[in-house]
Each structure stands twice: as structure tokens, then as C-alpha cells.
Design a protein around this ligand. Structure first.
Ligand code: BES
Ligand code: ZN
Ligand code: ZN
Length: 466
């Protein structure tokens, strides 16, 4: 899709937005949010997108409406479209949301479809005040989101730890950042035993990927963003059953969010230093896989009893976090992980879990979630949950001693907390939001959603000003 700014509409197909109380009502259309009406006027096609009540609609309504409007234009096989933002949404943020709806709504997973959905669209956004600079930034973040989606959607046989490393190297060529990759020999030599254990049963060995962006601002703080990169989660010896295993190529969605964010870091231009870290492994079932009952020594020398080889995400994150603290001394850490099925039970597939040891960081992230539309809800981390992760034969166990299924998202987070050594830290459990098993909903496609890229851009792009 080619998206340009224009002062006046030139296309014969126009997307417009209508509120319920519009002064000029359109026949048989009441402007309900999410509704669409198409009208033909001489040589023109008008696609009206409902926004609902004028007093109630938000940027999320605009984002959804423009995505649905664009999809209708595509289904009508229009290749050239003008989009006219409503006068009642003159703020820049409203126009941002409309652009996001267009760019994100244009994506669908079609790599293996012989007939691709039409995409060579030329879209002009009609605005007298919106700047090209702002458009470039939003477009770049949306490309980053679509890139993350494509990484999640591709076959697990293609998306291996080394494949993610290759992508990180490519990003470091185009963006202002450097890359370091640790291979399995280096992981062993450095004592990153938990990452090695999780990856031990696979023919595609683990990697630790580190991207580094240095802000032009002197003495800027450093934030580490750490993405779980399990390229396929079979569950290992605790093999996942049919019904749970089919979508497990999505278990690197945290890694995809970090890569998606770094792929647009030049445009985001953060005023903080950022370390992107991806512990990546394939959790395979094999005679060489790690076993339940085994005890491993983590990078920070804590010992971990493996009760369940399917609780592998917290293991790779634990090592990645202590390594990052040791080598880079970040001022804050944010991890993104498809960590637990429990988060789907608690929040469904539209809101991610937030676990945090620092109220200021939690509040900032919550606000970034509300603004970006990638929303978060915070859970408690009381000592009882940490207690449930203590082992009789090691410092920690990797799955809790609570009854099966009890507070599994919180105990997972409590395990990770044991590795942050007091650093302000937030854990985002994106197991529900990263992959949409249902039908597409406007800007949220079926399959990989790219969740996290826009949230990170919102949080880190305004880190010092918020
Ligand atoms: N990758 C899964 C979590 C997951 C579930 C992601 C559904 C996406 C959708 C994770 O590694 C896992 O298996 N977690 C277990 C932990 C349990 C064994 C303590 C879970 O949530 O059941
Ligand atoms: Zn698992
Ligand atoms: Zn997993």
C-alpha cells in the first residue's frame, strides 16, 4: 500500500467517517461504530464508516473504522482511495489512528495462498495540517508490526533461532543499532545453561541475540526489552496435547515484537538507550531434550529444578535477564513473552497481562497501552506466589507447587522476578494477544497480530516526556 498526504481528494473512491448524530444523516445508516455503508454518487463511490456516538468514540474506534473501511474498499477491488478524516477528529492522534487502521488493516497472512488478496493500493490521506514527518513515523511503526506478524506466521521449520539471528543482523544493517549473536558454544561457555537446556533437543540450536541502540542524547538511561523466542514449543518431554500444540509457532511472538520495534527504531528515534535481547530456542521432544526432574544452574548461579519441560519460556528469560543485567546494567527491563495459557483464561485475547515490581513503570506502561490500543492489565506479585516457586532440592522450581492451573500466569512471573536483582522490571504476558485464532477484527488480523510493537514504540518513543 502506498500512502500519501494530499490537500484535496482526487480518487473516485472515498472513505469517510460518520457519527450517529451526524447533521446530514445517510439513508438507512445510523453511523453505529463498526458499521459500513457504501453509496454510489455519479462516478463516485463513498464508503461511510460509522463511529457511533460523537461524545463516546475514541482513537480505538477510529482505528477500527478505518481498517474496516479499507477492507471494504479492497473487497470492492478499488486500487485508488481517498480517506477523509472527520472534522470532529482534527487532533493529530486521531489521524494517527486512522493511518494505523489503514496500514494494519491491509495485512493478511497470504504467503501460502495461490491467489493473493489485492494489495497494490494507492491511498491518499486528505489533510491540510498533518505532516509528512509524522506520517513516515506511523507508517514505519506499522511496517514493524506487519513484519512481526509475518515472522510469527511463517513455518517453524523456517523460523529457527538462527533465522531470527539473521533477521537481527539485517536490521542492524538498515537501522542505527549494532548486533551480537551468541551461538550454542558461546552460550555454554558463558554459563547460560537454562537457554542451552531448553534448546538441547533440537537440530536447530539456540541463540542469544542482542541488539543495541545508543540514543544521541548524552547520559540517557538504558532500557532492555527482552522477547521470548521459542521458535516452536512442543512442550518437550511434557509434550503438549492435540488442541494446544497447533499454534505453537507463535511462541516467538515476544522476539518478533522486539525485532519489529528495532526494524523501525530510526523513525521512532528514542531518547533512551535500548538493548533488545532475544533468547531463542526450539523446545523439541527428542532423546537429547532436557528431562523433568533435572536440575540446572542458571547464569546467576541459582539452581532450578525442572518440574515441567513445557514451562520453558521462564527459563530462557531468566538467563537472558541475568545476562543482560550483568553485561549492560539496564535502568529498566521489559520482557514480552507468550508465557502462559492462564493469561487467556484471565483476560482473553485482547488484553495482555502486566506484572511489575515498580509502580511508576507499571503506570507508564498501562498508559502506553491505553494510548496505543495494545492494552495491559496489572496482576499482583505477592510473596505467596514466589513461595510457590521454591524447590526442595534446588533454589527454584520452574512450575509452581500450587494446584494445577492455579495462578499460573502470576507464578510464572514470580519465577522470572527471581532473576531481576532489584532492577525495575515489567513482564508482559502476551500469550493471549499475540496470536488470533478467531476471525480478523479490523486492524487485528487472523494469526500473528504483531502485539507489542506499537506499545513499545509508544512507551519508549516518549520515555522521558511521559
Ligand atoms: N508457550 C506456552 C504458553 C502459551 C499458551 C502460549 C497458549 C500461547 C498460547 C508456555 O510455554 C507454556 O506451555 N506454559 C505452560 C506453563 C505450565 C506448564 C506451568 C502453561 O501455561 O500451561
Ligand atoms: Zn511451554
Ligand atoms: Zn512456550
Amino acid at each position: 500500500m502506498i500512502l500519501t498526504l494530499a490537500k484535496k481528494s482526487k480518487s473516485s473512491t472515498c472513505i469517510e467517517f460518520i457519527t450517529k448524530d451526524s447533521i446530514n444523516p445517510i439513508q438507512d445508516f445510523d453511523g453505529e461504530a463498526g458499521q459500513i455503508a457504501v453509496r454510489y454518487l455519479e462516478a463516485q463511490t463513498l464508503i461511510y464508516c460509522g463511529l457511533g456516538d460523537v461524545a463516546k468514540y475514541t482513537t480505538a474506534t477510529l482505528r477500527r473504522a478505518s481498517a474496516v473501511g479499507l477492507q471494504r474498499a479492497k473487497s470492492l477491488k478499488r486500487t485508488s482511495i481517498s480517506v477523509i478524516p472527520p472534522v470532529c477528529a482534527a487532533q493529530q492522534e486521531s489521524v494517527d489512528a486512522i493511518i494505523e487502521g489503514l496500514m494494519l488493516g491491509d495485512y493478511s497472512f497470504s504467503t501460502y495462498k495461490p491467489i493473493k488478496p489485492q494489495s497494490a493500493l494507492s491511498v491518499e490521506l486528505i489533510s491540510k495540517s498533518y505532516t509528512q514527518k509524522r506520517l513516515d513515523r506511523i507508517m514505519s511503526i506499522c511496517y514493524g508490526t506487519n513484519y512481526a506478524r509475518a515472522l510469527v506466521n511463517e513455518n517453524a521449520h523456517i523460523v529457527t533461532p538462527e533465522y531470527l539471528a539473521h533477521h537481527a543482523r539485517a536490521i542492524s544493517q538498515s537501522q542505527k543499532c549494532s548486533v551480537t549473536i551468541l551461538d550454542e558454544t558461546q552460550l555454554q561457555a558463558q554459563g547460560l545453561n537454562l537457554i542451552c537446556a531448553v534448546g538441547s533437543g533440537s537440530a536447530t540450536p539456540p541463540r542469544l541475540i542482542i541488539l543495541k541502540y545508543t540514543s544521541p542524547k548524552p547520559n540517557a538511561p538504558t532500557v532492555a526489552i527482552i522477547g521470548k523466542g521459542i521458535t516452536f514449543d512442543s512442550g518437550g518431554q511434557n509434550l503438549k496435547p492435540t488442541g494446544s500444540i497447533e499454534t505453537m509457532r507463535c511462541d516467538m511472538a515476544g522476539a518478533a515484537a522486539v525485532l519489529g520495534f528495532f526494524s523501525s527504531i530510526n523513525e521512532i528515534n528514542p531518547s533512551v538507550n535500548i538493548i533488545g535481547v532475544i533468547p531463542s530456542a526450539h523446545n523439541a521432544i527428542d532423546s537429547l531434550s532436557y528431562f523433568p526432574g533435572d536440575i540446572y544452574t542458571a547464569y546467576n548461579k541459582k539452581t532450578v529444578e525442572i518440574n515441567n519441560t513445557d514451562a520453558e519460556g521462564r527459563l530462557v528469560l531468566a538467563d537472558a535477564i541475568s545476562y543482560t543485567i550483568d553485561k549492560h546494567k539496564p535502568d529498566a527491563i521489559i520482557d514480552l513473552a507468550t508465557l502462559t495459557g492462564g493469561i487467556l483464561v484471565a483476560l482473553g485475547d485482547t488484553i495482555a497481562g502486566l506484572f511489575c515490581n515498580n509502580d511508576a513503570l507499571a503506570n507508564k506502561l498501562f498508559t502506553a497501552g491505553e494510548t496505543s490500543g495494545e492494552r495491559l492489565w496489572r496482576f499482583p506479585l505477592y510473596p505467596e506466589y514466589t513461595e510457590a516457586m521454591k524447590s526442595d532440592c534446588a533454589d527454584l522450581r520452574n512450575s509452581s507447587k500450587l494446584k494445577k492451573g492455579w495462578a499460573s500466569s502470576i507464578t510464572g512471573a514470580a519465577f522470572i522476578q527471581e532473576f531481576v536483582a532489584g532492577t525495575p522490571w515489567a513482564h508482559l504476558d502476551i500469550a493471549g494477544t499475540a496470536f488470533n485464532e478467531g476471525e480478523a477484527k479490523g486492524e487485528i488480523p487472523k494469526y500473528g497480530t504483531g502485539f507489542g510493537v506499537r506499545l513499545l514504540a509508544q512507551h519508549l518513543g516518549n520515555y522521558l516526556s511521559e
